[in-house]
Design a protein around this ligand. Structure first.
Ligand SMILES: NC(=O)c1ccc[n+]([C@@H]2O[C@H](COP(=O)([O-])OP(=O)(O)OC[C@H]3O[C@@H](n4cnc5c(N)ncnc54)[C@H](O)[C@@H]3O)[C@@H](O)[C@H]2O)c1
Length: 337
């Protein structure tokens, strides 16, 4: 049975502690966090795990096979490289790193160690997103014209990440799952309202190699919680709404060219058909992600949340950050991989 440890048991890391502690396929051996309050919470969720103030003790423990890193974003790359160098598999919370140079360092360390490194792009393990990918890749939806994401709420302010780096990985990872590539260009404009030099709201526009357009609205300063991804394709339109009870809606809507027409205005006809809501068996995405990580440790390959996609996402975030500094000037995204 795999022996796991969690590094960083704050607001989000405690969820990893809970899910790993309840998982019969692995054992939660230790939780490391310098904050005693975090360790107190971990004690309740995982009474059998060792509680450590120093993550070095986790790294030095040769009996630990893998670590989940859920410390602040700025520490991810350094801790991930150290864990890989100690021969451990790693599941790193998003964002993988705060620069593509650091993301590449993790990829190099993973290559050298031969251990699996996976990034906690939670949305790519969401059952409704997986169904959406199935539908999209089956061709039933037709050709993708554009997609649009909204991830807004009145939420927690962060000091070490702006709304782009905090929320952006979720939407970029879903788009990457569907399209399997980085955008050619990204343009981003944002607004720092509550803290100096930290954007609370970001509007991101991306152009993909096959011509598709994507727009993403990210904010923690908004009146209502919205988590939506809309795909507008030639045959169907689909909405994934993570706060609605029916997560996926498939609209038989669009425009069609009839084979023949007599008047100019009839060359495109509106198709305003039914809405289909598929039944989706739900499972907690964090648990699905953990199972994927445990499977990947066995096979040696992560099929989702893999480093190649995380590197594409980091490069996109980096280009978007540059575009933010230039008030929306489109910036090219490095395509080499
Ligand atoms: N996947 C998701 O849906 C999701 C949701 C929220 C947050 N996150 C990500 O999880 C990470 C943590 O976010 P959070 O909201 O829990 O932050 P947080 O500030 O609440 O928790 C971070 C914890 O890490 C601890 N820590 C700091 N340095 C450490 C070190 N060197 N070793 C071990 N522990 C250390 C802190 O004491 C704190 O308890 C961030 O990268 C964030 O973006 C992911």
């Amino acid at each position: 049975m795999a022996r796991l440890a969690v590094i960083g048991a704050g607001a989000w890391g405690i969820n990893h502690v809970r899910v790993i502690a309840a998982e019969p396929r692995c054992e939660l051996v230790a939780v490391a966090d310098p904050d005693p309050r975090a360790l107190d919470h971990a004690r309740t969720a995982a009474p059998r795990a060792a509680l450590l103030a120093d993550s070095e003790r986790v790294l030095a423990d040769a009996s630990i096979d893998a670590v989940v890193i859920a410390s602040p974003a700025a520490t991810h790359a350094r801790l991930a490289v150290a864990a890989l160098e100690h021969g451990k598999a790693v599941l790193i919370e998003k964002p993988l790193a705060m620069s593509s140079t650091d993301a590449q360092r993790v990829a190099t360390a993973a290559g050298r160690s031969g251990r699996v490194a996976m990034v906690g792009h939670l949305m790519v393990h969401h059952p409704a997103v997986l169904r959406l990918r199935e539908l999209f890749s089956s061709g039933q939806l037709g050709a993708l014209h554009y997609l649009h994401c909204t991830r807004v709420n009145l939420g927690r302010l962060r000091r070490d990440e702006n709304a782009l780096w905090s929320f952006g990985p979720h939407d970029l990872s879903m788009i990457d799952l569907l399209l399997g590539c980085a955008p050619l260009t990204v343009a981003a404009r944002g607004q720092c309202v509550l803290q100096r030099d930290i954007e609370d709201v970001v509007f991101l526009t991306m152009r993909y190699p096959s011509g598709e357009l994507a727009h993403v609205h990210l904010s923690w300063l908004s009146p209502r919680k919205e988590r939506r991804l809309t795909l507008v394709c030639s045959q169907r339109m689909v909405e994934f709404d993570d706060v609605a009870p029916d997560k996926l809606r498939i609209y038989n809507k669009g425009y069609e060219s009839p084979p023949s027409f007599s008047e100019y205005g009839q060359y495109l006809v509106l198709r305003d058909g039914d809405v289909h809501i598929p039944q989706i068996a739900m499972d907690e995405p964090l648990r699905v992600q953990l199972h994927h990580f445990l499977d990947s440790m066995k096979t040696g390959v992560a099929m989702r949340g893999d480093l190649a996609s995380a590197l594409r996402i980091t490069r996109t975030l980096e280009a978007a950050q540059l575009s933010l500094a230039r008030d929306g000037e489109p910036v090219g995204v490095d395509q080499s991989l």
